[in-house]
Design a protein around this ligand. Structure first.
Ligand SMILES: [Mn+2]
Length: 230
């Protein structure tokens, strides 16, 4: 067993598997069996590290300096069963925009990298996700064709100190960088916290189904073109 596989298999302790990946480079050398990725992204505005394991158990270790975004990313990990490490520092003295968008970029890049050649994935998934009075539909195609359709209205401009308009910014950054087609529509809802949460939980559940290996099509790339990626 190669060292890379040994790390991935060491999940019995309940410890977040991605914490074990920290500082390691899972670039071209990683085995195809491990759907993991680490992304480091540093600009004048933000400094971000993301590590994911698509075949995790939903543990998370998230710190962005934005409480509401941390809450959403914890939910995303939990309900997607993707292990998630996010460490971000950003120019929060300006506002939450750069950090929110750049975390979405890095996480999207990580998902794309972890999927690799996308062999055997289910590809399409969708869900109606209720959160009390709110109902949101999230449909994903891991297509290699980046596109976001986001039909979500927030009654309030802010949730705590978080600008609700940044939910769309995060989803757009994620979809474009993951290379997925993503449709998010809140059919109805009144509470802005519930609306945001339904979007992230819906993405989590849709992602979980779409990245899952289809047992009837192991090793096949689910495209008549023979490849995904536009
Ligand atoms: Mn909540």
């Amino acid at each position: 067993m190669s060292p890379a596989v040994a790390i991935g298999a060491d999940s019995g302790s309940g410890e977040c598997r991605v914490s074990l990946l920290k500082g390691r480079d899972f670039g071209p050398g990683k085995t195809d069996l491990m759907r993991t990725a680490t992304i480091k992204r540093k600009t004048k505005e933000t400094d971000i590290e993301v590590a994911i394991d698509l075949d995790g158990s939903g543990t998370s270790n998230v710190s962005t300096g934005i409480g509401f975004l941390d809450h959403m990313l914890d939910l995303l990990a939990r309900h997607s069963r993707i292990d998630l490490l996010v460490k971000a520092t950003g120019d929060l003295h300006i506002d939450h925009h750069h950090t929110s968008e750049d975390v979405g970029i890095a996480l999207g890049q990580a998902v794309k990298q972890a999927l690799g050649a996308m062999a055997g994935i289910t590809r399409y998934a969708g869900i109606h996700l209720p959160m009390d009075e709110t109902l949101t539909r999230v449909v994903i195609d891991i297509s290699g064709r980046p596109m976001l359709v986001f039909k979500v209205d927030f009654p309030r401009d802010k949730i705590g100190t978080f600008d609700t308009e940044l939910v769309r910014e995060w989803f757009n950054a994620f979809a474009i960088n993951a290379g997925v087609t993503l449709h998010v529509e809140t059919l109805y809802g009144e509470n802005s916290h519930h609306i945001a949460e339904s979007c992230f939980k819906g993405l989590a559940r849709a992602l979980r189904m779409a990245v899952a290996i289809d047992p009837h099509a192991k090793g096949e790339v689910p495209s008549t073109k023979g490849q995904l990626g536009g």
